[in-house]
Design a protein around this ligand. Sequence first.
Ligand code: ADP
Ligand code: MG
Length: 322
Amino acid sequence: MALSEFDLIKHFFKRDLDQRNGIELGIGDDAAVVNVPAGQSLVMSMDTLVAGVHFPIDTPPDAIAYKALAVNLSDMAAMGAQPGWMLLGLTLPDADESWLAPFSHGLSCLADEYGVTLIGGDTTHGPLTITIQVNGLLPHGQALQRSGARAGDLIYVTGQLGDAGLGLKFVENNIDLDISPQRRDYFIQRLHRPTPRVTAGLALRGIATAAIDVSDGLLADLGHLVEASVVAATVNVEQLPIADELRVLSDEWWTLPLTAGDDYELCFTVAADNQAMVEKKLQEIDCPCYCIGRIEAGAGVKVKQGDETVRISSARGYQHFD
Ligand code: ADP
Ligand code: MG
């Protein structure tokens, strides 16, 4: 039975009003109302996923919901913000309950894990499109911006790079690699269910000089950071944290970790004097981090293997692996 728009919202998205997070009004009025505590700034970010563009149309609904929220939480992480509220813009081809039930379940599971409350949204009819606006808080003046890196700073990344890129190759069936089903599944999960580094972002407040999340590939995203900071970066491929499987893919094994997107790890810079402190802080929250290079005066991102400069063309990289 097709649901009306109001039944759909009531059934799948409205929950008892959450007393946390300073919410005065949630779903059900013309707009939501939240209170921002004194001394805090409101941080806002939005991402849209379009079926057939950002994910295959037959992707399981809970996986779509997970990723739609995870990519937004990753933006909060990259700002050092504590996420608190979200709005959901849902465009649906039909009000299919067998799609909506796992979608809303997937969304609320991840939202609960990060203490995020759905406070409103909009529901329309059309080709499947999911927009989430996530909102968070951080103390005034403490946002981790892209523009704060200075010559001499060390460049770090969390987690591993290239996992999601390899996962995509498995999903697209265009790689021939002798690998266990468990490891294959690990890479595919890294693509579908990235872990937003929210606690790492919070730990980096006041320490990182700049930060960005790696959504489009390290070279591209670090490129945005150095451009905003008006500096240059040198990355050494031997220091890139990668899975063993990536190393055997080709002679130019660094192409995937440098150019593939979707890892949603954080890339950040710190003053060299703070190296021990930042490593300790991230260790305390069990977030692996690796120093991969250094910020210098100049422009652009240089890649080195030992003393040799490595030339990377992402287009060539793609051809190479495809
Ligand atoms: P209006 O016509 O005043 O814009 P709507 O009918 O769009 O109101 O929405 C009614 C209420 O339901 C609002 O509080 C809105 O924020 C909420 N809402 C609508 N769609 C969604 C959704 N997909 N998820 C969460 N809340 C929603
Ligand atoms: Mg509306």
